[in-house]
Design a protein around this ligand. Structure first.
Ligand code: LLP
Length: 436
């Protein structure tokens, strides 16, 4: 049986990347909770996505926020991905992973001056003091004079792109309102009403050069329509302004959805093919097409392993207490997200019961939902579970709430463990909280 990236072997053992997850969970170097990543599968996602571009000039700027683990960012860089970063720290990480500045875009509505300086100064100065990253994504009119001032102070010309707000209504998108970003009231992007003001500033800027137009409409899109509508808004503006600005690219953003168990009818490359077709129709296909995928490259290829601590059966209700909590995986608490939960070792004879799976954190929302699971009597071999599809926005959003450790991370390639990042130590948290 194949559960996307994980496979249930005929002996009942759940496997990822060709390795038994039971062995990994019981490996003394690992412990639980632990995120396990199939890095090879992430690389093949990147290759499949890139195939959607055919020979067209493009950049797949991996949204580092989804999973910033070094082995993953480096592996995606080796597949030719650039990076979409949202902080100075992510920018430093992308550069340290070998991604060249010209393949990095920097989004965010509140970039600090120090972060702008990093972006402007990255890489060697080219002709006329140009250099820096591919583009700082301008998200408001007010940001333009700030970038101009920082670039002037460094004697450089900053490349920017206009991140527009495409005004796509959340109701039209099949995604959670917290992760829809392109609607009228979102803080993101330059709204249509401010566009002319932004262009007027840009045309007179001596240290800021507009090279692209982009948008990001939202995350976990399971149909191409919203993305195409957003791309149409981007291409319309690009076509209208390109006589005034020597544009190099258009950027459709990220947001390509994955299958969390209910199916996902589209593949990431379908979004790219649809955007390419629209580029041709609107005669902006000479501009490079950028995209900023996070989740679709890494999400389906990570699992979170947790130990069963105990069960609790009271009248008709059953709970399963596991050693992973909302601090390790925040998506269910934050977005009511549902992740499948399966035993690492499935015994055919065990009857399944509707069981609410909860963690140790002192919050009612530390709850992973109801799942059909076998009983977990003391001494039974139902000792661990895997929470599926957590490669994106899992570890990246983990915290030390309740004094809990950050989970371990294990990286798999070529059917072997290539790296183990151990869980943080409880004593480190105590020391940190007590530092002078
Ligand atoms: N580009 C921009 C400007 C973004 O804001 C985002 C995500 C992406 C690209 C990448 O989107 P993706 O391809 O991963 O959907 N923590 C939430 C998702 C937040 C997404 C924020 N922005 C979750 O766990 O669902």
């Amino acid at each position: 049986m194949v559960l996307q990236s994980v496979v249930r072997r005929s002996d009942g053992v759940l496997a990822l990347g060709g390795l038994s997850l039971v062995d990994i969970a019981r490996d003394a170097r690992v412990g639980t909770p632990a995120y396990i990543y199939d890095v090879d599968a992430m690389m093949s996602e990147a290759r499949e996505l890139k195939s959607g571009f055919d020979d067209a000039s493009h950049l797949v700027a991996y949204a580092v926020k989804a999973n910033s683990a070094g082995p993953i960012v480096k592996a995606l860089a080796a597949e030719g991905c650039g990076a979409d970063v949202v902080s100075g720290a992510e920018l430093r990480l992308a550069l340290r992973c070998g991604i060249s500045p010209e393949c990095i875009v920097f989004s965010g509505v509140a970039k600090g001056d120090d972060e702008l300086d990093l972006a402007i100064m990255a890489g060697a100065a080219g002709d006329g003091g140009r250099g820096g990253i591919a583009a700082i994504q301008v998200e408001s009119v007010e940001e333009i004079p700030r970038i101009e001032a920082r670039a002037a102070a460094s004697g450089r010309v900053a490349r920017v792109s206009l991140r527009i707000n495409p005004a796509i209504d959340i109701g039209d998108l099949d995604t959670h309102s917290y992760i829809a970003t392109g609607h009228d009231e979102a803080k993101f992007g330059v709204p249509r009403t401010s566009l002319e003001d932004a262009l007027a500033l840009l045309v007179s800027s001596r240290h800021v050069r507009l090279v692209g137009v982009g948008a990001h409409v939202g995350s976990q899109l399971t149909a191409v329509d919203g993305y195409v509508a957003s791309a149409r808004a981007v291409f319309t503006i690009a076509r209208a302004i390109r006589a005034r600005f020597p544009l190099a690219f258009v950027d459709g953003g990220g947001g390509f959805g994955i299958d969390y168990g209910d199916g996902c009818p589209v593949r990431p490359a379908d979004f790219i093919r649809a955007a390419r077709a629209l580029q041709r129709e609107m005669t902006v296909d000479d501009l490079a097409l950028f995209c900023e995928p996070g989740r679709c490259l890494v999400g389906a290829h990570g699992v979170l392993l947790a130990k069963v601590v105990q069960q609790k059966v009271a009248s008709a209700r059953r709970w399963l207490m596991i050693d992973a909590g909302m601090n390790d995986l925040m998506r269910p608490a934050l977005y009511q997200a549902r992740h499948r939960i399966v035993p690492l070792l499935a015994r055919a004879e065990a009857g399944l019961h509707a069981t609410r799976v909860v963690g140790p954190v002192c919050e009612s929302s530390d709850d992973f939902g109801v799942h059909d699971l076998p009983p977990a009597e003391p001494g039974s071999d139902f000792r661990e579970v895997a929470i599926l599809d957590v490669g994106a926005y899992g570890f990246a959003m983990a915290s030390r709430y309740n004094g809990r450790a950050l989970p371990a991370e294990v990286f798999l390639r070529g059917g072997a463990i290539i790296k183990v990042n151990a869980r943080s130590a409880a004593e480190d948290w105590v020391t940190d909280r007590l530092r002078d």
